[in-house]
Design a protein around this ligand. Sequence first.
Ligand code: DC
Length: 231
Amino acid sequence: MEEKKLIIAVDGHSSCGKSTFAKAIAARLGYTYIDSGAMYRAVTLACIEEGVISGQEMDQEALRKVLDNISITFRPAGSGSAAETYLNGVNVEKRIRGLEVASSVSLVSTSAMVRRKLVALQQEMGKEKGIVMDGRDIGTVVFPDANIKIFLTASAGIRADRRYRELKEKGEDVNFEEIKKNILDRDRIDSTRKESPLKKAPDAIVLDNSHMTPDEQMVWFEELLKKLYGG
Ligand code: DC
């Protein structure tokens, strides 16, 4: 098991703890964790900054320029700490998690131009294997041959409650109903968009974590590993 470097895809609805789970899997296996949602969020921030978005429309020429010049990287904040997202060399970790970006990220992720660019970057990042990537289309589009595909889900109310607490802890001024509406809107847009809609890969394993703790999820994962690879 330790010999064979795997690609592990964790897809699912927004705010159901994909990144917490994917990070824990990566730490357990000594793999690299890649947050593909952070990449869509970083592109969205760049689009906001460059005035690409107006209402529900995007200026395609301006978008092309943004994508041609974009650099998205991940660097750990300190030794042993989680990686943070950098857009064109600037740390944008905090800004990409706010409501301004959350409100436009679904629109930006419907763009075929954006998806083409990010899927290519993600496939490049996976070349070395030994990675855990979370997102919406990792098991279906980015790595259709991933060794393990997990499709994570949880009820909308529980997801909204988790997100509310998380943002509140960070000191953001948040409203539960607004967050729940944002989650439901994103579910709808993510699942119905034409380009790479969120859907379970036929060979993905579904995990509903509505009533599971992070520790219980890891027990589930250990059992899955044992079943698939023994030991
Ligand atoms: O996982 P997240 O909530 O940080 O993702 C932010 C948005 O990016 C989400 O609304 C859908 C989009 N996304 C996507 O379309 N494809 C991915 N692989 C990852 C995220």
